[in-house]
Design a protein around this ligand. Sequence first.
Ligand SMILES: [Zn+2]
Length: 481
Amino acid sequence: MSVHNPPTLQKLAIQILVKEEALGMSDLEEIAHGLFPALFKEAFDGRHIKLIKALVIAWPFRCLPVGALMKTPDLETLKAVLDGVDIHRTRGFHTRRKKLQFLDLRNVHHNFWDICTDSEDSDSATEILDEKQAVKVHPRYALSQHLKVTVDLCIRSCLDEAQAWFLKWAQERKGSLYFCCTKMKIWALPVKDLRQIFHVFDPEHIMELELNTEWTLLELGHFAPYLGQMRNLHKVFLAPLHKTTFPIINRTRAREAKCINKFISQFSKFNCLQHLFMFYIYFLREQMNQVLGCLMTPLKTLSITYSLISQRDLDSFPCCQSLFQLKHLELRGVALLDLDLKPLRGLLMKVAGTLQTLDFQGCRMKDSQLSVFLPAFKHFSQISNVNFYKNDFSMPILKDLLQHTANWRKINVEQYPAPLECYDELGHVSIERFAQLCQDLTDTLRIIRQTKNSTFATDICHTCGECCVFDQVSRLCSCWQ
Ligand SMILES: [Zn+2]
């Protein structure tokens, strides 16, 4: 059978093969390699369990990126694939068949299946399958001939049926297969239940971690050693909405402090951390200098949102070498109104040549605080997105701010708060003044430089919960419509 058949003939052949689900192994051995991906996708989409299993057993490539086809978790198809893998590993094959070396259960490589199933030259597409597995093979794996199984895990309060079954399957094969989890999201799973997961998946391979838990500080302390083993983390998102314990007794307070220190000390073990996100974190207040000060690599992203930070935290920013190459700085929802922002200016001066995103939304800064930053803003050369919504700035300081942005040649999106002069003494928006003053600011900006996407917005309306936004024209909140 030629692999250069026109797609219509190929599709026809596949339909016939799928109909005859009871294809024997000897039949599959005769089928051209180029037809396998399209046949597999068809079998998968139609949930032809027996055929899926048979195709995995006879799979003629090194890589099987089946995760892209698993749109929703389905125990039956997962079982068929893994049963097929078991038999594939133990069967002897004709020498022309390559042995499966990489089973990718992550939801990636979508393009691959489209190319493979639409391409007239399915051979060239399937070459990708053999190349894929060559990427980033761990030395330990390269020495052994173990099949590598890669997954991304999103674990909620307990394992779902497919996850539980897979974990059991993996535990039984731990010695003979090589398991790897690159992205892990943990939502509210008790720490004790993580032990069996990390027994199969070495924390060392995790590159992205999202921690969104309801642990106590003591539980965070128990998790700390696992965090420390994740030396290859690139990106970490921490949102532990930890349960408030009641540290009435000094002994409890001391234990909690110990747990926080244990958690923080793990940050010095990351070899390649680039993006650090902290959302709604309260227990690290006064400790940011320790977290940021012990990082081994320069961060590209520092995002501290809806959290509390102290003057001591801010004071440490211009001294933390790990922040000197920042591309994205987000302090959204962090109250800065009572703080001295000169240290933050010191940091902004240092990153003026790299910073692309600056998000100060909802920091409730005043005029005097914004004026501290202006000398730094002047030097921004890469900035593309700024957000100053929900700060309390007057018309004169906003004009002054715009005057300092003449060099922002790469700016793409710029969001400013509507000036305080738009509000009456009760805090209500005067729509005439809103339109007039925002038009005035837009005209000022146009004289200074080109602008693509600049908007001015009021605070949230207490009645309807929306903002009035000026974007060349006024778009008013629902109360005015
Ligand atoms: Zn309203």
